[in-house]
Design a protein around this ligand. Structure first.
Ligand SMILES: Cc1cc2nc3c(=O)[nH]c(=O)nc-3n(C[C@H](O)[C@H](O)[C@H](O)COP(=O)(O)O)c2cc1C
Length: 219
């Protein structure tokens, strides 16, 4: 099949877009409002967009509380959601009023951040502490409600020591969740994670996949 995605006449049961660009990591975004009320919500239009310096972004469909708090206070954290915390992550997405604290709603403990005011999810294996850089509103030819890319620089990173093995973060060990389309999710597990060396170009122009331990250089 093929369809005009501006008109979005896909003819399927549901819009397939999110099921195609999948899996997407989930940024579990915490913020505080001007009165210190905590806010927590998952965002799967989320990703790391640069690793030196470290930058992340997420997209708010309409002006949601997370975006409002970030624009008011300039700070947020992104905790990593995992298989173990999936129910809390899901409950924290409930469209409750701005004054509701989703940490309490989802029965999740907070842990203090080092560099920013919003706390992280205590049970998360890692959390990124971010300073807001810029919000970009996406132009939309169909004239729908605004979508806002929120970009922040990561200025502090928490990692649970338990997931560091021989100096390497064992990502699969904490079973990170990812969002697919519809109401579907994926999870990275030790069984599904694997490594692939980067191809190196030889003198004769052929490429070779290096064997043995990675030398730590991204190419
Ligand atoms: C796994 C998951 C991913 C989500 N991703 C997004 C997203 O990328 N953008 C968005 O606007 N809402 C997303 N939502 C919905 C928000 O979490 C929800 O609207 C929430 O109430 C927003 O909270 P806030 O108003 O406190 O920021 C997602 C929900 C779930 C469960």
């Amino acid at each position: 099949m093929y369809y005009d995605s501006v008109e979005n006449k896909h003819g399927l049961k549901h819009d397939p877009f999110k099921a195609l660009v999948a899996p997407r990591p989930i940024g579990w975004v915490s913020t505080v409002d001007n009165d210190g009320v905590l806010n927590l919500a998952p965002y799967s239009f989320f990703n790391a967009v640069s690793d030196r310096p470290h930058y992340v972004m997420f997209v708010s469909a309409k002006r949601k509380d997370s975006l409002r708090n970030i624009e008011a206070n300039g700070e947020f954290t992104c905790s990593i959601s995992t298989m173990d915390t999936r129910d809390g992550m899901n409950i924290s997405s409930a469209p409750v009023e701005a004054l509701a604290d989703e940490f309490a709603l989802a029965d999740l403990e907070t842990a203090p951040s080092h560099f920013v005011k919003p706390p992280r999810v205590a049970r998360a294996p890692a959390s990124l502490e971010c300073k807001h850089w810029k919000t970009i509103e996406l132009p939309d030819v169909s004239g729908d409600d605004g979508h806002f890319i929120v970009i922040g620089q990561v200025i502090g990173i928490y990692i649970d020591d338990a997931v560091i093995k021989d100096g390497i973060v064992d990502t699969a060990s904490f079973r990170p969740l990812a969002r697919m389309g519809y109401m579907d999710y994926a999870v990275v597990t030790p069984e599904t994670a694997f490594s692939l060396g980067r191809p190196q170009v030889q003198e004769d122009g052929s490429v070779k996949i290096p064997e043995g331990e990675w030398d730590g250089v991204y190419r």
